[in-house]
Ligand binder design. Structure first.
Ligand code: ACK
Length: 979
């Protein structure tokens, strides 16, 4: 007997229920509510599922499949969809909407009535018509209803519609069929929607990013390179990362509008006429500068008005300019030896500041058109061309001449103008009764170093001659320098000259009115005699004395350095961390006198001395090696036992140095022990001792049962409560506080370098300064040289190797993130270059799933760009202590200061699963008996797996929410609530 004909729907109800909102990051492959014609799905056997098509109030078909053979045993009714092309999907989501009748409400059906049905799929490359072999199909899930309805509900017209979503994938073939197996339930399948998620086309930072399908693996992101929008160009390669849920993450790089275009509402729009944009970038179009214009759109530059110009180096933002007008008020001031020309700047500088002046001289005869250029005869100070001051001094002019000077003003665009230049003109007559010139200069005699000269006095002078000035210079070095000497008599002996060298001489007179012009130039040569050996020897002697003196000084200095150096070294080697009295001679940092301080073993001249000082030698007969647990850089790492007389045998890890090493490698290996041996703290790996006197050389440390923290967390994903994770972080912070107090900078703090023991105590390990970085597989070479684990390292340490306890604090923030995400790789699969770029642009890692806000805020605090703003390890320890003492502060909800936190009170397990979007597992929880929140709060990850949550992402989401739930319940109990 079938109930199919008694099973009906209220169209109005369904019509409303099926209205959907836009899911822009979903691509729908099938939606039965939007198929207008027949669906054409196959049923096997023919009398199993019934296809019913009704019309809604808008006259659109509603395709429903029903089956209700609840009274007959052994039902096996199949309904198979048409072939669905998967298009670009790698993973698809199937959303089912259905109603299901409660078996208890149907009399006489116990044993035959069921309340679930099964969902299957089968991948193929093409449709294969009517052929249907259930054995080819793979089960996706058993589907149960959250809400079933009874006969009574039908009377009230209340139908309870269930929505279930299942993930299917990875799908590799071109498409697939879905199949629904009924085994005796009373079901109406109201709609089936199949979709896949995509990161939808988007525009970001002037770049467009195409529709992108996320990876099947929910923890890895797809890196997508954006294409600049029209009229934009790349600055830094624009990128986005497509996350598993179809969300775009981590925008990097950008495009900028090209020249002539400005950004308006996310696109690049042409500059209007009268405006321009000369550079690509984030700037707006500007109005054309004065004396320029643009008629068209998208101008990169504005053109100059007629008569105005732009010099080659003028920026496009500058106004157009023109040549200056002529200089004004040109005057001269003449004495016997000097002619000073002065003028005022032009009234119009042309709009520029690069004003200069050129002077041109003409010497004219009695006829004014009989002029010749005379710049070469005169000397202009500072020069005739490119003058920046409105004055020039003219010397060496003739005493009885007419000179015409033309002063021209120029600026940077003078050469561009075709207009004739404008000059100021002045004529100067030098015939003004000043001192006269002397007559010819005669050589009386010459020696290798001297020349004697004499000349005739001027015949008539208005004023008495005070003296003569004789100017002379080496002929070959005319332009370099000259000397002068004075004499009252008309003769002179010029001494101090070089032998066999030509000199140039001229003389001028001085009276109370000033100097005359110089006489013409005369050239004379000194004689080439070797009689100056004595003075040469004198010079040699000076050099030898200087050399001997210098050498002596050098010897004294060297001896001084050797003596002080050896003293320094003696003090240094005598300086142990415990007996460090003279702090100034210790090369390590000394944070506080009296506190034990780390000593860099590399400062020991003899490394053996450091090993001896800081480590204990162990007799190898006390060590029993049991098994190899890993491979270190220098050799195997083993676990074993260490016997100490009078003490309990303890478990140890033994690092060995493999044979065939050179002395350098032996020291690199033992350096770690010399560092570790200086520390004594419960969160720093403890050194038991070393074996150096026999082979193999070994370092023996305490045994940490759970190995390194990163792999430990990955193996136990979701296993711990937030309090346990914070406890681990507190331990690491405490160890780091100890190290920073001792002045030790770790440089490679990362979860892989933390070891965990059986009590979940975390200890900092892997010491050895730069060596550590050389060995760390995460360390990459930077542009500044040296290897650095980019993802863990503070920006200042990457850029200029500024390692400090503050850079360790940055790394600590990354370790926090690794711990809270159970060993996820920081910045996922982003490249190191992208990590550096994104940090530079201000991006910081988001809170891992389920991570309390307070912890993420501490991480952000550690990742402050300004290193002095980062918390000190002592602050971190006390902050974490506060969180541990007050577990409710660890809820993953933002705190509003001054207010009591308001936690959502979930009423049922169903509500809770709804709130974390895991509704599909309601039946799993119910079936396994987890029907109160208290029972759920005690579940472990194994329990979650056992009840059938298979996807890792879902397990994680559920377990992290359970931890929150746990805290919430604690909190409610504290407040006296009962959930
Ligand atoms: O991740 P693991 O199990 O932890 O694998 C590495 C391996 O040796 C190579 O370094 C493990 N290891 C290192 N030191 C210790 C230790 N003190 N106790 C236990 N395991 C250790 C590390």
């Amino acid at each position: 007997m079938s109930f199919g004909n008694r099973f009906f729907f209220v169209s109005l109800f369904l019509g409303t229920a099926l209205t959907r909102f836009c899911n822009c990051n979903q691509v729908v492959l099938l939606d039965t509510t939007s198929v207008l014609g027949e669906l054409g799905w196959k049923t096997y056997p023919i009398n199993g599922w019934d296809a019913i098509t009704e019309m809604d109030e808008h006259n659109r078909p509603i395709h429903t499949f029903q089956v209700c053979n609840v009274m007959e045993p052994n039902q096996n009714n199949w309904l198979r969809s048409n072939w669905i092309s998967r298009q670009a999907a790698q993973k698809v989501y199937v959303e089912l909407r259905f109603t299901l009748r409660d078996c208890n409400s149907i009399p006489w059906v116990s044993g035959t009535c069921k309340e679930t049905f099964n969902l299957f799929y089968h991948e193929t490359d093409e449709a294969h018509g009517v052929k249907f072999r259930p054995a080819q199909y793979t089960k996706i899930d058993t589907i149960a209803a959250d809400e079933s309805f009874t006969q009574m509900d039908l009377g009230d017209r209340i139908l309870k519609l269930n929505t279930e979503v299942r993930e299917v994938g990875p799908i590799n073939r071109k498409g697939f069929y879905l199949a629904f197996q009924d085994i005796g339930a009373c079901i109406a399948l109201v709609s089936v929607r199949v979709y896949y998620k995509k990161c939808p086309f988007t525009l970001r930072n002037l770049a467009s990013f195409p529709d992108t399908v996320p990876r099947v693996d929910s923890s890895s992101l797809v890196e997508v390179r954006g294409a600049c929008v029209d009229h934009a160009e790349e600055r830094d390669t624009p990128k986005l990362f497509c996350g598993a849920d179809g969300d775009w993450l981590v925008p990097l790089g950008r495009c900028v509008c090209s020249v002539g275009y400005e950004e308006i509402d996310g696109s690049c729009v042409a500059c209007r006429p009268g405006f321009y944009k000369a550079y690509a970038g984030n700037i707006k179009c500007s109005k054309c500068p004065p004396h320029s214009f643009s008629y068209g759109e998208a101008s990169a530059i504005c053109r100059c008005e007629k008569g105005f110009f732009r010099a080659e180096k003028d920026p496009p933002t500058m106004a157009c300019t023109r040549p200056p007008s002529r200089p004004r008020n040109l005057m001269f001031n003449l004495n016997d030896t000097c002619l000073l020309l002065e003028w005022s700047p032009p009234s119009d500088t042309g709009g520029r500041r690069d004003l200069t002046y050129n002077v041109q001289c003409k010497r004219c005869g009695p006829e004014p058109d009989h002029c010749q250029l005379c710049e070469d005869e005169l000397r202009f100070l500072p020069g005739p061309l490119g003058l920046t001051n409105a004055t020039v001094t003219v010397v060496d002019f003739s005493a009885h001449a007419n000179y015409t000077f033309e002063i021209e003003s120029l600026n940077g665009v003078s050469d561009m103008s075709s207009f004739p230049r404008q000059v100021a003109i002045i004529t100067v007559s030098t015939d003004q009764g000043g001192p006269s010139l002397v007559g010819a200069l005669k050589k009386d005699w010459a020696s290798p170093n001297s020349i004697a000269l004499s000349w005739q006095q001027p015949e008539q002078t208005a004023l008495p001659i005070i003296d003569y000035e004789v100017k002379y210079y080496e002929k070959e070095h005319e332009l370099l320098s000259y000397s002068s000497t004075r004499t009252k008599a008309p003769s002179v002996i010029v001494s101090g000259l070089k032998p066999a060298t030509w000199y140039v001489f001229s003389v001028r007179t001085r009276t109370a009115a000033g100097y005359s012009s110089y006489s013409p130039k005369y050239e004379y040569e000194t004689t080439g005699d070797s009689s100056n050996m004595a003075s040469d020897q004198g010079q040699v002697l000076v050099i030898v004395t200087a050399a001997v003196g210098g050498f002596t000084l050098l010897v004294i200095l060297t001896l001084f350095l050797l003596i002080t150096g050896s003293k320094l070294h003696k003090k240094q080697t005598a300086c142990t961390p415990l007996h460090c009295i003279d702090y100034s001679l210790c090369l390590s940092t000394v944070p506080f006198p009296g506190i034990k301080t780390y000593v860099d073993p590399d400062t020991y001249e003899d490394p053996t001395q450091a090993v001896h000082e800081f480590t204990k030698e162990i007799d190898p007969s006390r060590i029993r090696i049991e098994r190899v647990i890993g491979a270190g850089e220098f050799g195997e790492v083993c676990s074993g036992r260490l016997r100490t007389p009078g003490k309990k045998e303890i478990a140890v890890a033994i690092k060995t140095l493999k044979g065939g090493y050179v002395e350098r490698q032996r020291w690199d290996f033992l350096r770690e022990a010399s560092i570790m041996g200086q520390f004594d703290h419960p969160n720093i790996i403890r050194l038991e001792g070393v074996v150096t006197k026999s082979r193999p050389v070994m370092i023996v440390v305490e045994y940490m049962e759970n190995g390194s923290l990163d792999s430990f967390l990955r193996q136990h994903d979701g296993h711990f409560t937030v309090i346990q994770l914070v406890g681990m972080l507190r331990g690491i912070a405490s160890g780091m506080k100890y190290l920073s107090d001792m002045g030790y900078v770790h440089r490679d703090l990362a979860a892989r370098n933390i070891l965990v023991n059986s009590n979940l105590v975390c200890k900092v390990s892997d010491f050895g300064l730069s060596r550590v970085l050389e060995d760390d597989p995460e360390a990459a070479y930077t542009t500044t040289g040296g290897k650095i684990p980019i993802r863990w390292t503070a920006p200042e340490a990457i850029s200029y190797r500024k390692f400090s306890s503050a850079s360790d604090a940055w790394s600590y923030g990354i370790v926090m993130w690794e711990v809270m995400s159970y060993g996820e790789r920081p910045y996922w699969e982003m490249s190191n270059q992208d990590v550096i770029l994104s940090i530079e642009e201000g991006y910081r890692l988001p809170a891992p799933m389920g991570c309390p806000v307070a912890l993420h805020q501490l991480m952000l605090h550690c990742w402050q760009k300004e290193r002095n703003h980062r918390p000190k390890f002592t602050d971190i320890v006390s902050f974490l202590d506060k969180l541990i003492r007050n577990p409710s502060s660890l809820l993953p909800l933002p705190e509003s200061p001054g207010e009591e936190m308001d936690y959502p009170m979930f009423i049922s397990v169903g509500d809770w699963l709804d709130s974390i979007k895991m509704s599909q597992y309601k039946s799993n929880f119910m079936a396994a008996g987890y029907n109160t929140l208290d029972s759920v709060a005690r579940m472990s990850i194994e329990d979650v797996r056992r009840i059938g949550v298979e996807l890792i992402g879902h397990q994680r989401r559920i377990i992290s929410s359970i931890q929150t739930l746990h805290l919430q319940l604690l909190h409610e109990h504290e407040k006296g609530f009962h959930v």
